[in-house]
Design a protein. Structure first.
Length: 338
């Protein structure tokens, strides 16, 4: 893989199954930590994503507010590798049980411009999202935190439990979901990993019982408000897509937190509706601390056990870049030198 055929570079096609086989949570978490530090040090660049709204067919019913499908272009680059991700975001498919997002990642040598690989983005996105959340939770939660709360119980929540089991000191998992069937299914995943788990009746009860809460739902209504915060709690809200109106935390919850952490401040302010709402409600832009600054040691992060920390994430290109670089290494593709 990655060699040349009659002088022409080979572009490798990497499917979702290969991503699942080669991208283990521990390695992805380590790769993401390095990438966020590199971004903080200006060694990785990533612009605010571009969204292309897809027009309706002539004569068709107009799209309801917030349901128009879009192609979103995300990108990131370092001195060796450039990543471009094209994501189809189609929330109306949720009503028919279809996939709301599909993506393809293309990887290019920064030195030569050759396209090294095309990657099915389904598994890579799911794995890197969970790894990024667990990295932030490990960085921001109290050292003695051991009960994990999950709000939401779909495939992404399951991936988060698997990643957390390998990287956090968990003894218990508590779960809330809109359906009891999915909540019990997530508890089964935790049980299979040797972790005690039980479903609860509300998001507020999850926040009351857990040391760390992960919100992984595409919700248009906030699950948690300032009244749900208690001293020492950490919350990572990562389920909302970059669309107007989607939020898992109220503006007051972000305003009440002692520390608000994002992956990239410019992208969060431009793309994350719950961050935008908090800024409009009075949160100072300087209050958005990038996780890379904390990982690099340039910001202290949590400084006391009773602080409330919030991590808001919609996923950024550098995370795809880091996971894809690891994937290339594991399939044996060496990055060309100029």
């Amino acid at each position: 893989c990655g060699s040349q055929t009659k002088g022409r570079p080979v572009t490798l096609l990497i499917d979702a199954a290969t991503c699942e086989e080669l991208l283990d949570p521990a390695a992805v978490i380590a790769a993401l930590a390095q990438a966020h530090v590199a971004h903080h040090r200006a060694q990785i660049v990533q612009p605010v994503p571009t969204a292309l709204a897809i027009p309706a067919l002539e004569g068709a019913e107009p799209w309801e507010d917030g349901l128009r499908p879009r192609h979103v272009v995300m990108s990131a680059a370092d001195h060796e590798l450039t990543m471009i991700k094209v994501l189809l975001d189609a929330p109306a498919r949720r009503s028919t049980g279809g996939p709301t997002q599909r993506s393809v990642i293309s990887l290019y040598s920064t030195a030569t411009g050759d396209c090294l690989a095309l990657v099915d983005g389904r598994a890579l996105t799911r794995i890197r999202t969970a790894a990024a959340t667990v990295l932030a939770t490990h960085t921001l939660a109290r050292p003695d935190a051991h009960t994990l709360g999950i709000i939401g119980a779909g495939a992404l929540a399951q991936e988060h439990v698997r990643a957390a089991a390998h990287h956090l000191n968990l003894t218990d998992v508590v779960v809330w979901s809109r359906t009891s069937e999915s909540a019990h299914g997530l508890c089964t995943v935790a049980h299979d990993l040797g972790i005690k788990a039980q479903p609860l009746t509300s998001p507020g009860e999850v926040a009351a019982r857990a040391d760390m809460v992960l919100c992984v739902t595409p919700s248009t209504e906030a699950h948690l408000d300032a009244t749900d915060l208690r001293p020492g709690l950490h919350i990572s809200a990562v389920g909302s897509p970059p669309r107007p109106g989607y939020r898992e935390l109220s503006p007051q919850a972000l305003l009440a937190a002692d520390l608000v952490v994002v992956d990239d401040a410019a992208i969060a302010a431009a793309e994350a509706a719950q961050v935008q709402a908090a800024l409009e409600a009075g949160l100072a832009p300087s209050s958005l601390i990038e996780i890379g600054a904390i990982l690099a040691g340039d910001h202290p992060g949590r400084t006391t056990a009773d602080q409330v920390t919030v991590h808001s994430s919609i996923g950024v290109g550098l995370q795809d870049l880091a996971a894809a670089r690891l994937l290339l290494e594991r399939v044996g593709i060496a990055l060309p030198r100029s």
